[in-house]
Design a protein around this ligand. Structure first.
Ligand code: PLP
Length: 485
């Protein structure tokens, strides 16, 4: 249906309208009597003129052009694009949750505060921490919040520590958050097994070390088996351990960052706890801390006084507020619903399935792609396109070719320490059939690289838009329709 590949401005015809209301009987006023001249437009707004049916078809067609969890496999490593159960949406729309105001007297929102309080408790259990704040609205903001607490903690002790250590496989937000929080980032190289190199770590740890930020399992999907020793090295130097728990679907119900020796954790509810993400919409990055950091948590804190829930801002050492109100409430309702519908056994099964799925897919693909860390992985794994690169086809080309098969490509060129990296996270919610079909597509692409590389180099063939000039798209984005092209 060619018509619906056009822009809405292109199907516009003068005088066509999308509504049929009776003629207005309100007297027309001359705006010039009411408003200063410079606020009044000279010409009518340039809006598309279409019928209601054209409008509906246009936007329905647009929505079908998107790729999302609800219409296809989305193995984007480190992003945990798993299914978001619809019951979460139903509950978030309950009037008692969706029609309240943050400035309502707290006596009238005890239910909402109960939910927030219990979610804090649940997340403290999941992470093995002593207290949790729900305020941060993303993983990166959680990191920054955690690091501001680290800063406040040392300031209170009269210490000025300036360094934050980050392994080279870390998510880019880690060094960014450390920098924004005013620390100097020191990169720790991984060893050949893709893990933190203890010898290298020891070289960099001193009394200027405020914290080590670690993802475990790391972004290669590997569990840091020396974590207890790593924690010891940091703690002996007086530093703190920060856990990047954005992707916690390998450890739920199995172990906790608390047990591993971490002092601070952030979680991404919009990854692990099935609140929607991917469209740049609201997220939630709660942060959990061990006892010694509780005084520094953001205010207001949601606390229980006898049978009543209160918002307490009287914590003099707090780093203050990091977000308007109490966090992205609707997202928190969804996560709470998920945790309650899964229960402790369900959450444990999440981890077991996430790990099983990743290893299943890894084994299926390993004969066809270079596997730099061919060992048991957790929720995700990395492959390298280095074998294909020798034949003139790059990982980017294979990612584009996957679009022709109807799949969202894996994360590519991250982590940075793997050449031509593909980072694949099938997630626990996918069926064996879906993973088998994806593996077949990947295997076919590997064969095409050998037999008919042009097919891959020129991909995608079936999408409306082919390859974009990504540099130009980032530097000079065209975000507005203009008649003069
Ligand atoms: C996604 C992710 C982040 C950042 O989370 P945002 O909500 O996008 O800010 C941090 N660390 C890891 C490992 C991640 O996967």
């Amino acid at each position: 249906m060619a018509e619906y590949n056009e822009l809405i401005f292109e199907i516009s015809r003068p005088g066509r309208i999308g509504s049929s209301l009776p003629e207005s009987d309100v007297e027309k006023v001359d705006l010039h009597d009411k408003l200063p001249a410079h606020l009044i437009r000279d010409l009518p707004a340039e809006l598309p003129e279409v019928s209601e049916l054209q409008l509906i078809r246009h936007y329905t067609a647009l929505s079908n052009k998107n790729h999302g969890i609800d219409n296809g496999f989305y193995p984007l490593g480190s992003c945990t694009m798993k299914y978001n159960p619809k019951i979460n949406e139903d509950v978030a729309r309950f009037e008692g949750f969706s029609r309240i105001h943050p400035y309502q007297p707290i006596e009238t929102v005890q239910g909402a505060l109960t939910l927030l309080y219990e979610l804090q408790e649940d997340l403290a259990k999941v992470t093995g921490m002593d207290a949790v704040t729900l305020q941060p609205s993303a993983g990166a903001q959680g990191e920054w919040t955690g690091l501001m607490m680290v800063k406040a903690y040392f300031a209170q002790k009269g210490e000025k520590r300036t360094k934050v250590l980050v392994p080279d496989s870390a998510h880019g937000t880690n060094p960014a958050s450390a920098t924004v929080a005013g620390f100097k980032t020191v990169t720790i190289p991984s060893n050949e097994d893709g893990l933190v190199d203890l010898t290298e770590l020891r070289k960099h740890v001193d009394h200027d070390t405020a914290a080590l930020m670690l993802t475990n399992p790391n972004t290669l999907g590997l569990f840091e088996k020396d974590i207890v020793d790593i924690a010891k090295v940091i703690h002996e130097a007086g530093g703190l351990l920060y856990y990047d728990g954005a992707n916690a679907n390998a450890i739920l119900g199995k172990t906790t960052p608390g047990k591993m020796g971490f002092d601070i954790v952030h979680l991404n509810l919009h990854k692990t706890f099935t609140t929607p993400h991917g469209g740049g919409g609201p997220g939630a990055g709660p942060v959990g801390v061990k006892e010694k950091l509780i005084p520094y948590l953001p205010v207001p804190r949601i606390e229980k006084e006898n049978d009543r829930y209160v918002l307490n801002s009287h914590h003099p050492l707090s780093i203050g507020r990091v977000k308007g109100y109490y966090g992205n409430f609707g997202i928190l309702v969804r996560a709470y619903t998920y945790i309650r519908t899964m229960g402790p056994i369900g959450l444990r099964q999440v981890s077991e399935s996430a790990v099983l799925h990743a290893n299943y897919l890894r084994k299926k693909l390993e004969p066809y792609f270079e596997s730099p860390y061919s060992q048991f992985c957790k929720h995700e794994f990395v492959l390298s396109g280095s074998r294909q690169k020798k034949l003139g086809v790059r990982t980017l080309d294979m990612a584009k070719r996957l679009l022709d098969f109807g799949y969202h490509p894996p994360t590519i060129y991250f982590p940075l320490n793997v050449e031509e990296c593909m980072m694949i996270e099938p997630t626990e919610t996918e069926s064996k059939e879906t993973m088998d079909a994806f593996a077949e597509a990947m295997i076919q692409i590997a064969k095409e690289v050998e037999e008919n590389p042009e097919l891959v180099l020129e991909a995608p063939h079936t999408t409306i838009i082919g390859r974009l000039d990504e540099v130009q798209a980032a530097r000079q984005p065209v975000l507005r329709y203009s008649k003069e092209k």
